[in-house]
Design a protein around this ligand. Structure first.
Ligand SMILES: [Zn+2]
Length: 329
């Protein structure tokens, strides 16, 4: 029996844009308290044009995820959609006529077991948006958001592109879900097309910091890290893993934090007192620091950084087997 399509994105009325559940959470934790939950609607343009667009339920996005993933997701009550709304169809079979070969067959099979998956990631487009964001300060915020909303709706119409994204948080969400839900061999079979670079295995795009190569183009460098006591509004994290025997740090200055729309998400995550360490995912490259004694993870944009609070206890059996082959998610 074909499964019904799982809603991977929804139109957020308050934000006036289409978001994945992780993006919704990031925005929610950046609201001033007391926080009011968002209203989500179907992204299909004809559904959105209705007097009463169909409502989509956001589940668990109003709590911070811990390292052991607490699955947040959208749920579609399936009420009030227009006829022909693509989100009301059955999930197409996970096969792709354009691809062939054993590697892609395994990739399709593994992706077929996931709720949401990503075939193509564009890490270049955030740059332009960020530039626009810096130029448009508080005074033009609402115009900017309207603009984004319209773009977002247009994006929702190209339903066939739903497995292509420029959302870094959605990419990380996919990686973490795949790590949790797939067997190690399925997880290692996943492929990702990276705009500007070509296709590679998902795991090679997500190197643990201790295996990150400073000579490579930007990668999603990830690993556990410890927070330096915070002074000011920025923060500094030291990775537990080392590169060539050198420590690796990530530093976000107060000025950069002040400009970032979703800084509340970082502040709340880093304030979790029961965290033993933090798991960091940052798209960027390693640069040797001026002293030559350490590496700095240079992340171009805070939209390319996400952090989860982590606890030492609760080792998962699957996590152990993956760690033994050099992956930790
Ligand atoms: Zn709809």
């Amino acid at each position: 029996m074909p499964a019904k399509i799982v809603i991977s994105e929804a139109y957020c009325v308050e934000l006036e844009e289409i978001v994945s559940i992780s993006e919704a959470r990031r925005a929610y934790f950046s609201l001033p308290t007391p926080r009011v939950r968002f209203t989500f609607q179907c992204t299909y343009s004809e559904c959105l044009a209705l007097k009463k667009p169909p409502t989509i339920t956001g589940v668990n996005y109003a709590s911070l995820p811990e390292d052991t993933y607490r699955a947040a997701h959208f749920r579609d009550p399936g009420v009030g959609h227009v006829e022909g709304c693509p989100w009301q169809d059955d999930e197409p079979a996970a096969s792709d006529g354009n691809q062939s070969g054993e590697a892609s067959t395994k990739d399709r099979e593994a992706k077929g077991k996931l709720h949401d998956f990503i075939d193509e990631f564009d890490g270049t487009s955030v740059k332009q948006k960020a530039v626009a964001g810096v130029a448009g300060d508080a005074g033009t915020e609402s115009t900017k958001r309207q603009g984004q909303g319209r773009r977002g709706v247009a994006k929702g119409n190209s339903f066939t592109n739903r497995n292509s994204t420029s959302s870094f948080v959605r990419l990380v969400e996919y990686y973490r879900n795949a790590y949790k839900d797939l067997s190690p061999s399925e997880f290692f079979a996943l492929r990702l097309k990276v705009v500007g670079e070509g296709e590679m295995s998902l795991t090679s795009y997500f190197p643990n910091v201790s295996r990150a190569n400073p000579d490579l183009p930007p990668r999603v460098i990830q690993g556990g890290a410890r927070l330096e006591p915070r002074k000011g509004r920025g923060f500094m994290l030291w990775f537990i893993g080392r590169v060539d025997g050198k420590g690796v740090y990530l530093r976000v200055t107060s000025e950069v934090m002040d400009k970032y729309r979703f800084r509340g998400f970082f502040n709340d995550t880093l304030a979790q007192e029961d965290a033993d360490y933090f798991r960091v995912f940052g798209l960027g490259r390693l640069l040797l620091s001026d002293s030559g004694k350490s590496y700095r993870l240079e992340v171009e944009d805070l939209n390319h950084l996400t952090i989860f609070a982590a606890k030492k206890q609760q080792p998962k059996p699957e996590a152990d087997s993956l760690t033994s082959v050099g992956i930790d998610a």
